[in-house]
Design a binder for this molecule. Structure first.
Ligand SMILES: [Fe+2]
Length: 386
């Protein structure tokens, strides 16, 4: 079997890495950049660190701070119009996943004479744009999406009510765990669960590779060891470093191996019930582990080992159940809500079947995602975690 693994872009990792942004921009030959962010990241003082570093390196900048959750298309268009009007030669995204994805799409629109709607249509048809993106520096302020090291920018098409993945490779990632210090407990847990789902799905898609496996197992080990520490002490830098690394490693892993039915279900929950992505991922991962265990019993056993669990059985179904239940117990400890807590009924979640059945990622699942499999998975999300 021929696998493929990528080294998309360099990563500068460590406390205070954000202070090197100006030097990195200079290394990339940038003279005037668009800094894409949102008002919360500005309020926390993170964006200022970027601006100070750019000033010190004599790199000119313009700030676009209007990013919104789920990266809506009209915001991307607004940012791209500003990039074009200001004739910037690079884009820096600093923020959570939605900010980074918006910055990616802005950098691609800025070099092409198309609207955001045309860009999303191109992404749907797998038609690349004529020109590559502007140079792009990604600085995450959460430890979840791994978007700083993936080629995918997930943008919300607010006309067709769909989430579309456009391909935009970043030029450089700056991962500074200090930017995540003090993050509230719930966001720490949900972003950590997103990273965990990237790792578990990358390991069990139909196109895994040994490089992705290595990074994904490492991400699971770090999340299990350090997420509870970060939750009990939001200022623990060692915990934040490990979670930032886990998120980055899981991102690189799924950039090649991809995610599958778990994310197809999470996207449907986001679109239908506006459940934050990380919560949806948390609720679906144990179900996916049970589903794929008969296909990948050894890998699921190893996932359990990374969670600190010794699984004695060689029965694939039992392996899946034991590892999934261990994960459910971990999530309970961390306060992950049930579907009922989110006011989603059993009938309501089963109603997502048709949406999931049209989500492209389902085809990367190693178990054929028939309507029956999808419905059973949705039912297990409700029944299996109460
Ligand atoms: Fe995700």
């Amino acid at each position: 079997m021929v696998g493929r693994y990528s080294q998309l872009s360099p990563v500068a990792f460590g406390a205070d890495a954000v202070d090197t942004t100006g030097e990195v921009a200079k290394e990339l030959g940038l003279q005037k950049v668009l800094v894409v962010t949102d008002v919360n990241v500005e309020k926390m003082g993170h964006a200022k660190k970027v601006l100070d570093s750019l000033s010190a390196a004599a790199v000119d900048f313009v700030v676009f701070n209007e990013c919104e959750m789920d990266a809506p298309d009209y915001i991307v268009q607004k940012g791209a119009d500003l990039a074009k009007a200001q004739k910037v030669d690079g884009v820096i995204g600093i923020g959570g996943g939605s900010v980074l994805d918006s910055a990616k799409a802005i950098s691609l629109l800025a070099t092409n004479d198309v609207s955001v709607a045309e860009l999303l249509d191109g992404a749907r048809n797998m038609t690349p744009q004529a020109n590559g993106p502007l140079k792009l520096i990604m600085i995450p302020t959460t430890s979840g999406t791994g978007s700083e090291s993936t080629i995918i920018a997930v943008i919300s098409d607010t006309v067709k009510h769909e989430k579309i993945g456009a391909m935009v490779p970043p030029s450089f990632a700056i991962v500074d765990p200090k930017l995540t210090l003090g993050m509230p407990k719930d966001i720490t847990v949900y972003t950590g669960m997103d990273a965990l789902s990237h790792a578990c799905e990358a390991l069990t898609s139909i196109q895994p590779n040994p490089h992705a496996d290595l990074l994904a197992y490492d991400a699971i080990r770090r999340i299990f060891k350090w997420l509870p520490v970060a939750v009990s002490d939001p200022m623990d830098l060692e915990a934040r470093e490990n979670l930032a690394l886990a998120s980055n490693h899981a991102g690189i892993a799924f950039n090649d191996a991809m995610v599958h039915l778990g994310h197809a279900i999470a996207h449907s929950m986001g679109a239908t019930f506006h459940v934050p992505h990380g919560i949806a991922c948390a609720l679906v991962i144990p179900v996916i582990i049970e589903l794929v265990a008969p296909v990948y019993p050894d890998k699921v056993k190893e996932i359990g080992a990374c969670m600190g669990l010794g699984v004695e059985s060689d029965d694939p179904v039992k392996i899946g159940l034991v590892v999934a239940n261990h994960l459910r117990a971990f999530q309970k400890e961390l306060g992950v809500p049930t579907l009922e807590d989110l006011n989603i009924s059993r009938e309501g979640i089963l109603g997502c079947t048709s949406y999931v059945a049209n989500e492209g990622l389902r085809f990367l699942c190693p178990v054929e995602p028939t309507d029956q499999v999808i419905t059973a998975s949705l039912a297990k999300m409700y029944d299996g975690y109460q």
